[in-house]
Design a protein around this ligand. Structure first.
Ligand SMILES: Nc1ncnc2c1ncn2[C@@H]1O[C@H](COP(=O)(O)OP(=O)(O)O)[C@@H](O)[C@H]1O
Ligand SMILES: Cc1ncc(COP(=O)(O)O)c(N)n1
Ligand SMILES: [Mg+2]
Length: 577
């Protein structure tokens, strides 16, 4: 609730002519917005959003409309990591303040440093407590960050005391950051008071004249103009113009607290008003929207955008986040948080859906039905023992059995492999692979062409191809394969007529292959270190047959080979390969 004292304080800050002259001494000279941008934007506003993309596209092309303050920004040449300093309160609920700022910056590819001004006990119900950080310690945090990081943009949120406002203003002046975004946090979206009106006078006098942008919500805008009611768009436009008189280059009065479905934020640049429309998302998860908008704008400015494109891009990001946050069920209260890093989940999901993780090729067990018969074991027993011994992927190879018997075998092996969490491929036989829902196939040069196999199996199945030359590897890659099996490296009993390519031939294939490679042919615990020790980086492992399956104890043989492979890879990692 605004007290008379605070209203007087604003009035005093307001009326003194010194305030308006302050702008003469601040380093953030308010260059007039480029006429073209304002003009174009005005047109865009009247014509609504569809032109936004065109505007942004144009903005990207022509520097003429870019904000002079930022055009010489080295970021445009991609010379540094864009850095934001968020000076704000910590929200124990993780959804607003510092926490929101860091997540929003991370999502937008910007590094966010912090100076924490207060610690709040807060959740989805509201604000239960506030503990202010001593001003001297806020100052120390500011020095620590500003003296070391090349901060492009400072974004302020909750500043709970007048002295703290002055400390921040001094730091911003002393360290000549590129831009200052002030989110004049007083009331949280939940309606709870975060900062008393007592700081308004100092905020207007000390910080707003330095600000490139101030982003009040409706109650904050009202407080900044002396408590006058702001309840519609004309009021918002008037408030923006009045607040502009306090010194910021741009004023963005946010409209989220009004009730219309078409939410309008009013941007005032000292000359024109711009209505930025967004469709109201029907969601309870709006905690931290204001913080997120302000820090997203700061992030876009830090990346070198001019003010208007920065605001449009930030609103775009916020709209998408609101959409992705709709179904979040976090906390019991009426105001849930945003899912700032929704994109990461998609990325993780995509990685999970990645057909093949090349590291799975580390110890590739290829079964042999003759050996199983010789050692009186079923294929599934052999597969289980190999995987339990450390095999990371399995290939079922069957050249004699009738299809019915092969399919029964394959189903049992797929069940074992998936139970133990490894992929199982079928050698050559696409029909069997599809019938038993194997993870894919391995094809020889004379088997089904890769492009046909890919067309039949679809995008989710793994296809491996045996290659003896780099050209074959290139062909396999173009046709849609996922990995290359290359060999025989050494002579082998398993494939008597097989032409060996030796270590040099294997390495040539690796160097010519855009795909991950697994070596095969006569490989055992005795020679595996020789193969892997100085191999090209895309050789991810070895495929073996008799050294696992022509043994009395498959588990022990596999475990022994596994430890030798791991030893080589760990050494390479330690050497920074
Ligand atoms: N439900 C919503 N759907 C879409 N945009 C919203 C919604 N609520 C707020 N916004 C947007 O989020 C930003 C923050 O608005 P507002 O909630 O008014 O500020 P604050 O969070 O600081 O109280 C504004 O750009 C506003 O347009
Ligand atoms: C520490 C802190 N800072 C700011 C806000 C404003 O949150 P909103 O963006 O929802 O208004 C908050 N709730 N908590
Ligand atoms: Mg909000």
């Amino acid at each position: 609730m605004l007290t008379q004292a605070s209203i007087d304080g604003i009035a005093a800050a307001y009326s003194s002519s010194a305030l308006v002259d302050l702008r003469k001494f601040t380093r953030l000279k308010p260059p007039p917005p480029p006429a073209a941008a304002a003009l174009f934007l005005k047109a865009r506003t009247e014509m609504g959003d569809p032109l936004k993309a065109e505007f942004l596209q144009q903005q990207g092309q022509s520097n003429a409309m870019a904000d002079p303050l930022l055009t010489e920004n080295p970021l445009k040449q991609g010379k540094k990591v864009p850095c934001v300093l968020s000076v704000a309160g910590s929200d124990s609920g993780g959804g607003a303040g510092i926490q929101a700022d860091m997540k929003a910056c991370a999502a937008l590819g910007v590094y966010c440093t912090t100076a924490i001004t207060a610690v709040t006990a807060q959740n989805t119900v509201g604000v239960q407590g506030i503990h202010c950080v001593p001003e001297d310690f806020v100052e120390q945090q500011l020095q620590s960050v500003l003296s070391d990081f090349d901060i492009d943009v400072v974004k302020t949120g909750m500043l709970p005391s007048s002295r703290m406002v002055k400390i921040v203003a001094t730091a911003v002046r002393d360290y000549r950051v590129r831009a200052l975004v002030v989110d004049p946090v007083m009331v949280a979206t939940s309606g709870d008071e975060l900062v008393g009106p007592a700081i308004l006078g100092v905020l207007c006098k000390e910080l707003l004249p330095l600000a490139d942008l101030v982003t009040p919500n409706i109650p904050e805008a009202s407080a900044l103009i002396g408590g006058k009611c702001v309840s519609n768009i004309p009021d918002m436009r008037e408030a923006a113009a009045v607040i502009h008189q306090l010194g910021p280059r741009y004023v963005l009065v946010k409209g989220g607290h009004l009730t219309s479905n078409d939410i309008v934020d009013i941007l005032y640049d000292g000359k024109d008003w711009h209505e930025l429309h967004s469709l109201r998302e029907e969601t309870h998860n709006t905690h931290g929207t204001g913080c997120t908008l302000a820090s997203s704008i700061a992030a876009e400015l830090a990346k070198g955008a001019a003010m208007l494109p920065a605001i449009l891009a930030a609103k775009e990001y916020l709209s998408i986040v609101l959409k992705h946050s709709k179904k979040l069920m976090i906390g019991k209260g009426p105001q849930g948080p945003l899912n700032h890093l929704y994109g990461l989940a998609n990325l993780v999901d995509m990685t999970n859906q990645m057909r093949l993780n090349p590291r799975d090729l580390m110890l590739y067990a290829v079964t042999d039905s003759d050996m199983n018969r010789r050692w009186h074991r079923s294929s599934s027993e052999a597969v289980r023992a190999a995987v339990e011994g450390g095999a990371t992927i399995v290939q079922l190879r069957e050249k004699e059995a009738e299809s019915r018997e092969f399919l029964t075998d394959a189903e049992a092996c797929v069940e074992v492999a998936h139970q133990l969490g490894v992929r199982l491929l079928i050698n050559d036989r696409l029909d069997i692979a599809m019938a038993c829902n194997a993870d894919g196939v391995h094809l020889g040069q004379s088997d089904m062409p890769v492009s046909v196999a890919r067309a039949i199996l679809g995008p989710k199945k793994i296809i491996g191809v045996s290659c003896k030359t780099p050209e074959q590897a290139q062909e396999a890659w173009k046709a849609g394969a996922d990995y290359i099996g290359s060999g025989g490296v050494y002579p082998t009993k398993t494939k008597k007529d097989n032409k060996t390519i030796g270590l040099s031939g294997l390495y040539d294939v690796c160097k010519g292959s855009p795909l991950p490679v697994v070596a095969i042919g006569g490989i055992s615990a005795a020679n595996v270190e020789e193969i892997l020790r100085s191999c090209p980086v895309n050789l991810f492992g070895v495929a073996v047959v008799s050294c696992l399956f022509d043994q009395p104890d498959i588990r022990a043989a596999t475990a022994n080979l596994h430890s030798k492979i791991l030893k080589v890879f760990n050494t390479q990692r330690a050497e920074g390969r």
